[in-house]
Ligand binder design. Sequence first.
Ligand SMILES: [Cu+2]
Length: 114
Amino acid sequence: MSYGRALKRDWVFRGDLVFAPDKHATPPPLEATEIGLGSIGFYPTTFAAKAGTTLTWVNNDMVSHTVAGRNWAFSSPVLKPGESFRFTFGSAGVFEYICSIHPGQMRARIEVEQ
Ligand SMILES: [Cu+2]
């Protein structure tokens, strides 16, 4: 049995090529009132804000997402890549939310202080 041909090949696994971060893997820097949607997640997952603050969710991902508050406290339409959603939190409280398309992976919360 000969392995001659196989041994002449270089089968080094180039993990740096396979797993190289692309522009969607790392969310861009966020402004103070901005929450990013990317890589099937919210960034950051816990966000503290003062009452009266308008927050903006920006879909930086390659797929569509939603922002859906528990008990429908707030909810966006389906956000395609590049689209955004704004909501103003008028009173203090902890507001949990999910993406209704990826409820198992995408969960986050807003902590609003008076
Ligand atoms: Cu989603």
